[in-house]
Design a protein around this ligand. Sequence first.
Ligand code: ASP
Ligand code: MG
Length: 452
Amino acid sequence: MSTPTTEVHNATLPQAAPASGAVTKQLIVQKFGGSSVADADGVKRVAARVVAAQQAGNEVVVVVSAMGDTTDELLDLAAEVTDSAPAREMDMLLSAGERISMALLAMAINKLGASAQSFTGSQAGMITDGIHGKARIIDVDPHRIRTALDKGNIAIVAGFQGMSRATHEITTLGRGGSDTTAVALAAALEADVCEIYTDVDGIFTADPRVVPSAQKIDTISSEEMLELAASGAKILHLRCVEYARRFGVPLHVRSSFSQHEGTWVIPSADDKITTQEGVALEQPIISGVAHDRSEAKVTVVGVPDIPGKAAAIFQVIADAHSNIDMIVQNVSTHGTGKTDISFTLPIVEGADALAALHAAQDQIGFEAIEYNEQIGKLSLIGAGMRSHPGVSATFFKALSDAGININMISTSEIRISVVTHADLLDEAVRVIHKAFGLDTESEVTVYGGTGR
Ligand code: ASP
Ligand code: MG
């Protein structure tokens, strides 16, 4: 990779750029999500903000998502035309969304008297593997972006897309992938900071759309942010957090609708968060509650309780390219020699996984498969769990006091997750948020977006 693989920034809070008369010129990568550029006014508002960052003495690279719900609308459109769109054409279609916003933003910036040029993912040197719809970045060669900056331009890059070096085809990185584009560019350009602009003031202790009394987190370790993102917090793409952690890119998540300081995600190899003075920050025990409605539960009923059967089931699932999350195996029912194995996987992967399992039913010898999409997952995350006993006790008591039945449980060192009925999920999130003292008096401002 041409990215600075060995260099890891130290884990201190980066200094904000001086407002004027800057002595230290910073390279800032700014990413604006779909809700920030939802319409022409949004595009103009973002343009003004980008120009202000350049006028403050910085070099600015901007990554944009598709406007508003464009990606969903393009998906709906494709579904009206066919139920079996070729993956290559799907990527051609979806990558168009980001090209619309990049060109409009460049126009709006030029109108304000600054100069901007837009680039597609492939022009910006985002090289990916050839897997359509969920391509991975394998190299970033941002020389055209560097040249544009050297000439005094603001460089605008279409997020969420790249080009496969092997197939020469346009690829997309998977839903929410523009965050990852921004971080990959920031790493390759050795940017000082990657600012992720969204429609809330930062990362909150829970989704403010579900818990309006959630609080903004000022700094969070990339380790905790990884767990939050992996547990369904949609504010940052999981791969973006992984990438930022690996390459030591400081992330600043903030609102494009306000000037408030947002949340710093601090990448640090040893996970010790330090302030500018090198003083360890007081780690809160709990950093937040995440929830996820995108998974379904599969139960394989009547599996012979002998060695090798679980392996066979999960091999079938792996061959169907499904990502399994929680797994539970019951004690075998007395005298039957049979057991049930349940697991969760993304709803979008459900059909393929079920087909693969049914095809292997005789060979594995299980009795039946149950499939349930009416589930939700709640996760409580906090690095302080490692050293504070009693977190689980408080957690399960709160759910039981609220009469919320638990279907599945899983844990990591810094996370407890449970699966509940989908209808109870929002209530469960509020109950847990409250039980850990995370509620505030004030209501979070959600500036835009449909949450779709
Ligand atoms: N427009 C794409 C999506 O909606 C990528 C992104 O927004 O990051 O998933
Ligand atoms: Mg997004």
